[in-house]
Design a protein around this ligand. Structure first.
Ligand SMILES: N[C@@H](CCC(=O)N[C@@H](CS)C(=O)NCC(=O)O)C(=O)O
Length: 216
């Protein structure tokens, strides 16, 4: 099997941020675009790669990496020369890991619970505390800025910029000034601009294919 990086992708999903990171890293990669509307992520060949049927997935030689946070960490470490991952000896390494994991273990569950209008679990029983705590914690972290870790831009900014932007667009993340300033700043960069433009084209093509197939 080749050692080429291969990203299993769908536009306007969590895979978008991973592709932005690949572009930031200047990494060569193959893009496999799946049409979720046509259920291409539920086909046996894809389920053999990721039994959960979700994107993103990164394949690198023998390694299959699922879970966006794992993929970001893997990629940023794979290209240390690009400076998007603090080294193990860097005092920023701990906070870097912290804010990655905070996305998966606190922010996303809080967001989904809110979107589904689930009753909040008592603070002491909830792994994320409360929705408001999560949003205020992130707001405070970005208040100093300009990036999640302060002056230095890292891979964790790609994750948070794409995640916050998506959440605000869907009205499930508050439009705090700190979130808007951070996401606007990040999305001025060439990498997210290119990927967002491509995503619009992919999404339109996929919608058309779904309509033709009568599944839109
Ligand atoms: N825990 C996964 C979540 C991935 C996920 O939910 N992906 C969505 C797109 S954002 C998906 O593939 N949905 C398609 C489906 O479930 O049919 C991660 O962190 O990467």
């Amino acid at each position: 099997m080749s050692d080429q990086l291969e990203l299993f992708y769908a536009p306007q999903t969590r895979a978008t941020g991973v592709r932005v990171l690949l572009e930031e890293l200047g990494a060569p990669y193959k893009l496999n675009v799946l049409n979720l509307k046509l259920g291409e992520n539920r086909r046996p060949d894809y389920l053999a790669i990721n039994p959960v049927g979700k994107v993103p997935v990164l394949r690198h030689g023998e390694a299959i990496v699922t879970e966006q946070v794992a993929i970001y960490l893997y990629l940023a470490d794979l290209f240390p020369g690009k400076g998007l991952a603090p080294a193990l000896s860097d005092p920023l390494r701990g906070p870097y890991l912290r804010w990655f994991v905070y996305m998966a273990s606190c922010f996303e569950p809080a967001l989904i619970d809110r979107a589904m209008k689930r009753e909040e679990t008592p603070h002491v029983m909830s792994a994320y505390g409360s929705y408001d705590t999560v949003m205020e914690t992130m707001r405070a972290q970005l208040a100093t800025g300009p990036y999640v870790l302060g002056e230095r831009i890292t891979a964790v900014d790609v994750l948070w910029a794409t995640g916050l932007r998506w959440g605000m667009a869907f009205g499930i993340v508050p439009e705090f000034e700190e979130f808007k300033v951070f996401t606007d700043r990040y999305f001025q960069r060439p990498a997210p601009q290119t990927v967002l433009q491509d995503d619009q084209r992919f999404a339109a093509e996929q919608q058309e294919a779904a309509e033709k197939a009568g599944v839109s």
